[in-house]
Design a protein around this ligand. Structure first.
Ligand SMILES: O=C(O)[C@H](O)COP(=O)(O)O
Length: 312
């Protein structure tokens, strides 16, 4: 019987599907040292972003040769040493589209929260201060949204923002064809200088590490907001804090931190920074879609192996 280990949770219906297909499923988080042992006993491991599948874990798996498939329920693969695993015959898969809408909706929510000073309004009212006069906000309608990276999430967000009357400009490694000409390709520097909301949607790689730093924040508008629902590490967080404290930018919304689950204090406690604990993909709908896609990936993987083995 093929054994599946799920370490960061998975939709219950999808687990049911795997059980009904005859897989032996264990759902439990193992800290690194324990995972080094556990990984030797499983054929498949299913993770989100909390579990790290680094070379040391893969090396342990190779001692028994049982691990065949690593599935990332979600998009970012920066917690898995993909090339190392694949070079050793272990397949790695993710679910690249299933959570796009959920993350795009969170970014949209963050823009409105920033525009209308919702965090400050909450904090002051909870302290008994009726700060109505100080809380005059702005509207996102008519403002410019600058997207850095134009993959599935950014495109979903671009559509929504466009429907709400925003101008959308984007930068990516390639210029995308947009027949309706709703979204305009722009240089990175141009987006930084022009946009009222800058939101990053790239993976964390050697090229994007600290892409947002002192120099970049210095060139943003004083009224602009910065949003990161992509990955910590793309942003130099100390530089972001300084830019907000010196009024170089107006504020930020951060869902992904360099050091999770213990972000730096300065960001957590700042009245102009909205913080959430990496919940972009955490909607019921997204997790259902992710679960079903994972079940499909696992079932297809083993079906193909059987078909190939029988020489069909
Ligand atoms: O890369 C992703 O899919 C998102 O960052 C969500 O990560 P999570 O599954 O750990 O919430």
């Amino acid at each position: 019987m093929k054994k599946i280990l799920i370490t960061d949770g998975m939709d219950k219906n999808a687990i049911e599907i795997l059980l009904n297909q005859g897989f032996d499923v264990e759902e439990k988080f193992y800290p690194e040292e324990e995972l080094k042992e556990k990984i030797k006993e499983v054929d498949v491991i299913i993770v989100r972003s909390a579990t790290k599948i680094r070379q040391n874990i893969i090396d342990e798996a190779l001692k028994t040769g049982r691990l065949k498939l690593v599935v990332r329920g979600g998009v970012g693969l920066d917690n898995i040493d993909v090339a190392y695993a694949k070079a050793r015959g272990i397949e790695v898969r993710n679910t690249p589209c299933a959570s796009s809408n959920a993350v795009a909706e969170l970014v949209l929510c963050e823009m409105l929260v920033l525009a209308r000073n919702v965090k400050l309004a909450n904090l002051t009212l909870q302290e008994g201060v009726w700060a109505k006069k100080k809380l005059k906000g702005t509207e996102i309608h008519g403002k410019t949204l600058g997207l850095i990276g134009f993959g599935n999430i950014a495109r979903s967000l671009a559509e929504k923002a466009n429907n709400l009357g925003m101008n959308v400009i984007y930068n990516d490694i390639v210029e995308h064809i947009d027949a309706r000409e709703c979204f305009k390709f722009a240089k990175f520097e141009e987006i930084i200088e022009k946009a009222d909301y800058i939101t990053v949607h790239t993976p964390l790689t050697e090229d994007t590490k600290y892409m947002f730093n002192k120099e970049v924040f210095k060139n943003m508008k004083e009224t602009a907001f910065f949003i990161n629902c992509a990955r910590g590490g793309i942003v130099q967080e100390e530089d972001l804090l300084e830019a907000i404290n010196t009024n170089e930018i107006a504020g930020a919304a951060i869902d992904c931190f360099e050091n999770e689950p213990q972000p730096i204090e300065g960001l957590l406690n700042h009245p102009k920074v909205t913080v959430t604990p990496h919940i972009g993909a955490s909607t019921r709908e997204a997790q259902e879609r992710i679960g079903l896609e994972i079940a499909d990936i696992v079932i297809n993987y083993f079906t193909c192996i059987l078909v190939n083995a029988s020489g069909c």
